[in-house]
Design a protein around this ligand. Structure first.
Ligand SMILES: C[S@@+](CC[C@H](N)C(=O)[O-])C[C@H]1O[C@@H](n2cnc3c(N)ncnc32)[C@H](O)[C@@H]1O
Length: 424
């Protein structure tokens, strides 16, 4: 993490001083006056349009986001501040996991005996040992995402500026983790697909061959961290999966875009009569089968389809198949503002098909991970999709990501996950 005795200055040419003072952490390149080239990761002093010192942040030489803001102009020691924020972020996660140990807080909770966490090292004694440690901007650590998978940690930097600025982070994570009872034996860096071939590299320690086994609310999952962006779990849905466990008893459950079957495993653990997991990626479906075996759940009541979800739904609707609980968690259909119209149309089409296969009186849980789609627009795709199917969907709850993926009001871009629970 770099510090600098005398900081290069960059100057705003757009009137953004108020937003930055209120905590918005991004400054786009076109909001800055032209200046000399700076290296990735350089700490900079941002001046307002009247040349008054405003904020400190780090530089990215290529990203459209030229500066990620760390704090006010008075921030003296960025390196010490980063270390303090990394530590605070972990303390908050451990407190959150501690709170979740109370069986009364989660329906269908499977946890350790009453009395809570023992003094044993974290990985051996907690019912959940996979969670997000650092959630970028919301933790005051812009451009940085860190996840814990039992004894291993994954790191993702948003661009070369972040990678250079947080230089030395893996050893720092190990040190801070150890001090809080979280031994970190391996750090894996996740990179954008194509940057390195397999998309992930072990940058500290050793990772065992094959899948690691981690726990979530007492259930077991394999995580193949060597395989880039998709090798872990979608940790942001943990609390929504717990909700599904509480709703599944005696029901026929369809899990669309099911990845490695996590929602299906929770549903089966919650007493579902039958689960069907659909994902277009055959390796994900194989991993889902292994996850059922890992949890000792009966395979007879578990169906799997390695298939396009739209094609599966069209066939099932045509055949008159019905499920009591349908879960839909697709990849983002609107990854940019420009793709919003087509994205919303795709959600509406998907929701029409989902509604067609949901039994009368059943429940549809529909998710979107696109930050460009707000809650009201997403709810409208459910309402309109149901109407297209000649039915009515009552959105009873609109949830988001778990406590370890916090959102902050001054950074609405970070509020990406929606999880609607609709009655039909
Ligand atoms: C956001 S992830 C789902 C995460 C999952 N619900 C969980 O809790 O682990 C989206 C999944 O959709 C799958 N997918 C993408 N396009 C698909 C399609 N057209 N049909 C079925 N699955 C698809 C991907 O392979 C990926 O596993």
């Amino acid at each position: 993490m770099r510090g600098a005795p005398s900081l290069p200055r960059v100057q705003l040419r757009k009137p953004l001083a108020r937003a930055i003072r209120q905590g918005h952490p991004w400054i786009y390149r076109d909001a800055l006056a032209p200046g000399p080239p700076l290296p990735d990761g350089a700490l900079v002093l941002v001046a307002d349009q009247a040349r008054r010192p405003l904020a400190r942040g780090y530089w990215d030489a290529r990203s459209p986001i030229a500066v990620r803001v760390l704090g006010g102009a008075e921030l003296a020691d960025a390196s010490a501040e980063v270390a303090a924020r990394v530590d605070r972020a972990l303390a908050r996660r451990l407190e959150g996991l501690d709170r979740a140990l109370s069986p009364s807080t989660e329906p269908g909770f499977v946890g350790p005996s009453p009395g809570g966490r023992s003094e044993e090292p974290f990985q051996r004694s907690w019912p959940t040992d996979a969670f997000r440690w650092i959630h970028g901007e919301a933790d005051g650590l812009p451009g940085l995402h860190v996840d814990v998978y039992g004894p291993a940690v994954t790191v993702r930097y948003d661009g070369a500026g972040a990678r250079a600025f947080y230089d030395g982070l893996p050893a720092r994570l190990q040190q801070i983790g150890r001090a809080r009872g979280l031994p970190v034996t391996a750090v894996v860096e996740r990179r954008a697909r194509g940057a390195t071939g397999d998309g992930a590299a072990v940058v500290l320690g050793r990772l065992p061959d094959g899948e690691l086994e981690v726990r979530e609310n007492g259930l077991r999952f394999g995580a193949d961290l060597r395989h880039g962006q998709k090798g872990g779990l979608f940790l942001d849905q943990r609390e929504n999966r717990a909700l599904v466990r509480g709703m599944a008893n005696g029901r026929r459950v369809l899990n669309l875009f099911g990845y490695t079957g996590a929602f299906s495993i929770y549903a089966a653990a919650g007493g579902a009569r039958e689960t069907t997991t659909v994902d277009v990626a055959a390796p994900a479906i194989e991993a889902a089968r292994r996850n059922f075996a890992r949890n000792g759940l009966p395979q007879e009541a578990a169906r799997f389809a390695a298939e396009d979800a739209f094609a599966f739904l069209a066939r099932a609707a045509q055949a008159g198949e019905r499920w009591d609980l349908v879960i839909s968690d697709p990849p983002s259909f609107a990854s940019s503002g420009r793709a919003l119209t087509t994205g919303l149309a795709a959600y509406r089409r998907l929701h029409r098909l989902c509604v067609m296969v949901t039994a009368p009186g059943g429940t549809l849980c529909a998710a979107s991970c696109s930050s460009h789609v707000d809650r009201a627009a997403f709810a409208a795709t459910l309402r309109d999709g149901a109407r297209d199917a000649g039915r009515r969907a009552d959105v009873r709850e609109m949830r988001g990501a778990g406590f370890d993926h916090p959102t902050v009001a001054q950074f609405p871009e970070g509020d990406y996950l929606k999880f609607a629970v609709a009655g039909l």
